[in-house]
Design a protein around this ligand. Sequence first.
Ligand SMILES: Cc1ncc(COP(=O)(O)O)c(C=O)c1O
Length: 397
Amino acid sequence: MLHVNENYAKIKPTYLFAEIAHRVEAHKKANPDAKIIRLGIGDVTEPLCPAIIEAMHKAVDDEAGRTNFHGYGPEQGYAFLREKIAKVDFQDRGIRIDANEILVSDGAKCDCGNIQELFGEDVKIAVGDPVYPVYVDTNIMAGRQDIALLPCTKENGYVPVPTPELDADIVYLCYPNNPTGAVATLEQLQAWVDWANANKALILFDAAYEAFIRTPGIPHSIYECKNARTCAIEFRSYSKTAGFTGIRCGYTVVPKGLVAYDQAGNPVELRPMWTRRQTTKFNGASYITQRGAEAVYSPEGQAQTKATIDFYLENGRLMKEALQSLGYQVTGGGDSPYLWVDVKGDSWEFFDMLLKKANVVTTPGAGFGKAGEGYIRISSFNSRANVLEAIERIKAL
Ligand SMILES: Cc1ncc(COP(=O)(O)O)c(C=O)c1O
């Protein structure tokens, strides 16, 4: 008998953004002339910067001739990119990470979703609530039921605190946070690192929005914490850093010496396991893509990608200011592309109201978990004209 993986029946039937798309489509059908402004899904709107375009054009030309043609690349990523990552993202910040601890991929979603394959079906998982749904759904698909929710609330500033009672082997942390836009301080992350080391647990740190951090002292990497190398894996993405949502590139850091345990309690190194997983199931991000990612690290690439992020942050600042002037409590922005707005009511109802009355698409907080009820997430990824128009429409309600 051809059996299906019945765990798939245990995940929520519609992915959040599919439900939003469905409601937007229905609204468009009923109102064909409505000019809809999308502040929902966190997709970038600004084009790739010139330094990246130039590098990718050059890489296309490489592929056009016999001398510089590239076929299959190293599954872990080209050395030219891994070395730049190690230097600029880590070593220049005083963090000890080596190029051979970095594995380049086609984005953080795949890596965040695939990493759980390295662990036993019985490991206990903890995630924030609200949460980026990929962490939860991929574990449920793999048959894990024991997923603890760590409430991220106004009271704890959307950064859960580890407690001695927390019974988890793996904790997913994401800062700057999607969806709340909150950032964690070094002390807050250090508390998690200390907890993980004391409990032989693992932190899966999603730093997809690291490039948005502007406040001095806010950690860009979990490895800024003492002893994080023995308890943390970090995911990075060029999607929001450099507008690569359609190009697809990211990377994962698995430090040498980081271990989990076999049934007999013997340590097993995770870096060779992740390498084996990737080399078996993944054939690398394209050469052209990796040349584009490399250009992020040139002085021009750094300045140009920073300017684009500054542009999005200004969108966020304008919206936050407008919403606060209307009396809403808003978290996020500043160090993140997301605003988390307390709507003091049902989040899907508020979503529907904004869609129907203002033709503005947001994301209902409830879609990210129970503790997201009562909030909507607004994304700063849009043109300035659309942001200003959305502000005017919301003010006019
Ligand atoms: C927290 C978080 N992690 C990972 C991703 C996925 O990044 P990528 O585009 O690199 O797959 C996203 C994208 O929205 C995200 O919000």
